[in-house]
Design a protein around this ligand. Structure first.
Ligand code: FAD
Length: 523
């Protein structure tokens, strides 16, 4: 039995919201099977949530938001669109922590993975062991990494590759890459996946791995939601440590800073050297950035020295590293840190350490989030720009971007992260695009625009991209945001053809994740 649902009349309700007054969704009819007809929602609040994201800049109105109760519901929804004479677009929305509308679906249907997560009771995260692959966890694509941590840690196990912030979904980060300070050693999250279940753009439920349906498997990882909705991922686990020695050292010279970062990520444990477990870095530019919302690290008694150094040099560079340990290795860790720091060229005396639990370390961004939430500063515009910069051009990037554009504009508020990664830990068959060099840097301008002046940051982001283009710095955007086919082709380079051909195989009617603006014109 089929039921006709006509979703219209959003304008009158949404017209009450000043900034969306001009958005007029067109009438659209979706023919749905009765088994899922009661799962569509289009009340004002639900539509509002689905037409916003962490970026809080782009707002695209869907016709409806879909609350699935099971995987079959998502398959049914996609099949209905696939078989329609005029298909409607569908976007899985993890946490909506994208910043440029990537999880939105203008005039389409947003699948609310968070509501599915809430409905699932048990079985969504399950730890097992296999003689061939060792320990692993099967996780629903809608699950949060924080819950993966809590559940696996119960078994004294954990994934090895993380993101800095854990209130992101497994399906969302695997659609990008999932990077953090562990990536240089363990690769991004996408290289730590054994297999996945996915519902393709034809509504088919497929299991894939590097051996089975490998084309789909590789395309999905970093695939920006273009090939299917990930409903399960099998992720490898290792024994979890108990404690973390967490160290920060400060530099005034960029070249010393990057040389040391590169040296640290090149250490190879197979030759009995002491290996690091985590390496990142960030810029300290204004007094407010000494202890920012993401972490307070430097003792108050050192603030005036650090401040005067920032005034003197304009920018300080903070190298951040960590070594994991447990009760057996407790006695060794200080010695190991000493060895790792030997010969580094940081400013003498500007060396800080903390001991924290492993869970506290991985979840380090949460307390800052809660603080900002309580101050009403979390749901503000976030005009972020994330780049991968080739190692050979990082000094040019420093001169032209950090030392020129950023200092001249003098508006940077928020965090600027910079850390290198080894290309050998990535898998080029996957969809994520990285520079063509053995080592490249992740540079994240994580702006937070509390005073609603996001356009100034946006202009700065554009200037940075233009500068790189003009002087030939071969950057690639991470969490990419391009609006024309030409830009996307340029982004994917030689991988564009494969990306397009795989799209035509698994989502030939261009239904999925239209907010990425790769195959759907959302202008
Ligand atoms: P969404 O934003 O909801 O979705 C992202 C894309 O994936 C959309 O196109 C969506 O349609 C698609 N999608 C969502 N779920 C699925 C699914 N199950 N199957 C297929 N496609 C799907 N990233 C890092 O790599 N490292 C970090 O350290 C990091 N830190 C962050 C810190 C903060 C505070 C924030 C807000 C973001 C951070 N990110 C980081 C970025 C994050 O990885 C992306 O926002 C990513 O999209 C995950 O967010 P999400 O789960 O909310 O996905």
């Amino acid at each position: 039995i089929l039921l006709l649902i006509t979703i219209t009349n959003l304008t009158s309700t949404l017209g009450k919201i000043e900034k969306w007054k001009t958005v007029v969704p067109r009438e659209h009819t979706i023919i749905v099977n009765t088994t899922i007809s009661n799962k569509f929602h289009n009340d004002l609040k639900t539509i509002q949530v689905a037409s916003n994201d962490y970026g809080n800049i782009i707002h695209e109105l869907p016709l409806a938001v879909f609350h699935p109760s099971c995987i079959q519901d998502i398959a049914t929804l996609i099949k209905i669109s696939y078989n329609s004479s005029v298909p409607f677009t569908i976007a899985a929305r993890g946490q909506g922590h994208s910043t440029s509308g990537q999880a939105m679906a203008r005039d389409g249907v947003v699948v609310d993975m968070a509501s599915y997560r809430k409905q699932r009771n048990g079985g969504a995260i399950s730890v097992s062991e296999d003689p061939l692959i060792g320990y692993y966890v099967d996780v629903g694509g809608e699950q949060l990494w924080i819950d993966v941590l809590y559940e696996t840690f119960e078994h004294r196990l954990a994934p090895v590759s993380w993101t800095d912030y854990l209130y992101l979904t497994v399906g969302g980060t695997l659609s990008n890459a999932g990077i953090s300070g562990q990536t240089f050693r363990y690769g991004p999250q996408i290289t730590n996946v054994h297999e996945m279940d996915v519902i393709t753009g034809k509504g088919d439920l497929v299991t894939c791995s590097s051996k089975k349906n490998s084309e789909l498997f590789h395309a999905l990882l970093g695939g920006l939601g273009q090939f299917g909705v990930i409903t399960r991922a099998r992720i490898s686990l290792e024994p979890a440590p108990t404690w973390v020695k967490w160290v920060r050292v400060l530099y005034s010279d960029f070249s010393d800073f990057t040389k040391d970062q590169e040296r640290l990520i090149s250490i190879d444990g197979s030759t009995k050297n002491i290996e690091l477990d985590f390496l990142e870095g960030m810029l300290l530019m204004q007094q407010g950035s000494i202890n920012n919302w993401r972490s307070s690290f430097f003792p108050l008694s050192h603030h005036s020295r650090i401040s005067s150094l920032i005034t003197k040099h304009n920018i300080l560079y903070c190298l951040e590293l960590a070594k994991y340990y447990d009760h057996q290795s407790e006695k060794m860790v200080d010695k190991e840190i000493q060895v790792l720091l030997q010969g580094l060229a940081y400013i003498p005396g500007l060396h800080y350490e903390k001991n924290v639990s492993y869970v506290e370390f991985l979840n380090r961004v949460r307390s800052g989030e809660l603080k900002l939430q309580s101050q009403g500063l979390w749901h503000v515009p976030h005009p972020w720009l994330n780049l991968f910069v080739p190692k050979s051009q990082i000094l040019d990037f420093n001169s032209g971007v950090f030392n020129d554009i950023i200092l001249k504009r003098n508006i940077t508020s928020g965090i600027v992260l910079i850390y290198p990664m080894n290309k050998s830990k990535w898998d080029d068959r996957m969809s994520t695009i990285t520079p063509d060099e053995d080592v490249f840097y992740a540079v994240g301008f994580l702006h937070s625009s509390a005073f609603n002046n996001w356009k100034a940051y946006d202009a700065q982001n554009k200037e940075i991209l233009k500068f790189c283009n003009d002087v030939g710095i071969k950057v690639k955007q991470y969490l990419p945001n391009h609006s024309t086919e030409e830009h996307w082709k340029n982004h994917f380079g030689t991988k564009w053809r494969t990306f397009l051909e795989t799209k035509l195989l698994f989502d030939p009617r261009m239904i999925l994740s239209p907010g990425q603006k790769i195959f759907n014109d959302n202008t």
